[in-house]
Design a protein around this ligand. Structure first.
Ligand SMILES: Nc1ncnc2c1ncn2[C@@H]1O[C@H](COP(=O)(O)OP(=O)(O)OP(=O)(O)O)[C@@H](O)[C@H]1O
Ligand SMILES: [Mg+2]
Length: 267
């Protein structure tokens, strides 16, 4: 079900946008293992907005990459729009991502030799979809890059690069957007605009957004906040407020510190 039918499954369409069943990801080899994710199970309905929070190194980027088919979990199963990702070849996974998934990378991942506009329309080109330059220009203008269309990424500030990466992810109108700290490099006003854009996609197009953030105010824009600690889910907060998120993050840091101390004294 990687085709159009899966794409159409909106809020009433039935299929969950994203389902993880006991997903684990271990990096490295014998003697040098890092369990970046362990036993993560979650379900996100289509047309929902989830934030993922947790201390640095808690597995947030790994979670997003496994969920988006950019990385392969070492345990468990991932379903996007009802379709399982395991057992697909790299070529199939790439095709699948191009059709359904938008990804905003933590380090932006813009191609250095392409202009902002060329970067933004690249996913459409690669998917052999129609490139609507006017729509691309509108999207880039919306994120404040209307006067930077023909610049190279190296000529942009960090925040401008981040906004170009966001425009690129949204332009292909993906069913699911994974955004890894999409407002990390942005000033307050740009961050608000990006969050509004993400929210609008959820409301108007039934898009599903999964966003990693360290910012309680950004997390409060989501319907649901998932907390990660040491690669495992450590609770969630529905209908979050910035205050409640900040409070949970403080408690989470305490729990992680205590757990590490206990592990250290046991060793
Ligand atoms: N390619 C890799 N090889 C080995 N270890 C890795 C690799 N990628 C991540 N890790 C490890 O897995 C753990 C989780 O990393 P991850 O990047 O998912 O954390 P994160 O929550 O996104 O952190 P941050 O907030 O700093 O971005 C870390 O301990 C990290 O060192
Ligand atoms: Mg990360």
């Amino acid at each position: 079900m990687f085709g159009r039918e899966a794409r159409k499954a909106g809020p009433q369409g039935g299929a969950d946008a994203l389902r993880l069943e006991a997903v684990g990801r271990t990096y490295g080899t014998e003697g040098n293992r890092v369990r970046a994710l362990r036993g993560v199970s979650l379900v996100l309905p289509a047309g929902s907005f989830a934030a993922v929070m947790g201390p640095s190194g808690s597995g947030k980027s790994t979670l997003l990459q496994c969920a988006a088919g950019l990385d392969r979990p070492t345990e468990g199963r991932v379903f996007v729009g009802g379709a399982e990702l395991a057992g697909r070849s790299e070529a199939e996974l790439t095709r699948f991502r191009r059709g359904r998934v938008g990804f905003v990378f933590q380090d932006f991942n813009l191609l250095p030799t392409l202009t902002v506009l060329q970067n933004a329309v690249l996913p459409l080109k690669l998917a052999r979809r129609r490139v609507d330059t006017a729509a691309a220009t509108r999207m880039l203008t919306r994120v404040g890059l209307g006067d930077r269309l023909h610049r190279l990424p190296a000529e942009l500030s960090g925040g401008q690069r981040q906004r170009a990466a966001i425009a690129r992810a949204l332009l292909a109108e993906p069913a699911v957007v994974f955004a890894d700290e999409p407002t990390g490099a942005l000033d307050l006003r740009s961050a608000r605009e990006v969050l509004a854009l993400l929210r609008e996609g959820v409301r108007a197009h039934g898009r599903t957004v999964v966003m990693v953030t360290h910012d309680p105010v950004a997390a409060a824009c989501a319907d649901n906040v998932l907390f990660l600690a040491d690669g495992a889910l450590a609770g969630e907060l529905r209908a979050p407020t910035a205050e409640a998120v900040a409070e949970r993050m403080t408690r989470l840091a305490d729990v992680v510190a205590a757990r590490r101390e206990a592990a250290g004294s046991a060793a």
